[in-house]
Every structure is written in structure tokens, then in C-alpha cells.
Design a binder for this molecule. Sequence first.
Ligand code: DQA
Length: 188
Amino acid sequence: MPPCWTLSRGIFLAYPVCEQKDMLRIRVLHGPNLNLLGTREQSIYGTLSLGALDSAITNLAEELAVKVDLRQSNSESELITWIQEARKGYDGIIINPAAYTHTSIAIRDAIAAAGLPTVEVHLSNIHQREEFRRRSYIAEVSIGQICGLGPIGYLLALRGLYDHLTASQRQKKMSAPGTSRRAAKGAR
Ligand code: DQA
């Protein structure tokens, strides 16, 4: 894990990224059958394994200095518990609920109750497939949905969620005294 530099009392200190107190924390959830990625219906879901996908997500998270917690379950109940738990200590959720996308009002309600910005991801384009896949109970409680782009969809989701979560901080910086365009130009 790359060190993170900070300035403390005039001295630069390096410490592991995970120890940074104000780090954003994002929970990434993979639903049923996604443990079979790489071998499952390769013409639809590709050849990348879940382990390799999780590594790519972890690498990007380190680049963004975000802490990610990655989990997969075939059980609806377990996914719901993890969503509920995320209320404590997490800033956002990325979820591929897999087949539960199209059936689970319980997962939808858990996301609504958690009240955390959530991005829904699908490897395949659910809108181009069977009719029953076009309905997502999750879309209504998500800030956005990414589908059809394969594994890169997760990385786009992470960047998008990061941008969403840091937008207010950037807004504050932009509106801080001395950072307006007039001030930058030196106008009085
Ligand atoms: C999926 C799409 C779902 O319809 C399907 O049940 C899955 C995977 C996707 O990532 O494309 O298991 O969520």
C-alpha cells in the first residue's frame, strides 16, 4: 500500500493510507453468482474473475485514497445486513445486486433506509436483454446506474461516487475567499 504524505507541525510524515482518519469509506457489494465471474456465461460476463475485478477496484481506491470494503454473497439476507451495517462508518455503496436487482424490494428498502449515496452497477446491459431484466428496483434508490460496460463499470462507479462525495468539499474550496475568478485575476 503506498504511503500517504501529510504535513504535521512542519514535518512531512508518511503512514499507511488506511490510517488516514478522514478517508472516504465505500462498501462494494457483489450479489449472487458473481463469485462465478470468469467461468460463468463468458459471452455475457467476460473472462475476468471476481478476484481480479476486486484487485482492479482496490488499485483505483488506493489511487484515490479511498478505503474500499469488498464483499460478495449469494444470500439476499446477508446483502441486506451489509447494507444496513454500512450506515455506521461508510460514506457510500457500490452494488451489483445481480438477479436481486429485478426482484428484491427488501434490498431496495435497505438502501433507502441506509440513506447513503449508492451506485448500481451491472456488467451486462440489462436493458438490452430479457424483458424481466429491464426492471430494476435498485435504480430508484441509487444516484446512478452503470451497465453494459463490463468490469470497467465498477471503476467508473468508484470515480463517480468519489466525485459525488467530494463535490461539496470542492465547492467550498471554490467559494473560499481569494479563490474567485476576480481574485485570481487580481481584481479589486
Ligand atoms: C448482472 C445482470 C443481472 O440481470 C444478472 O442476474 C446477473 C448479473 C450484471 O452484472 O450484468 O447476475 O447484474
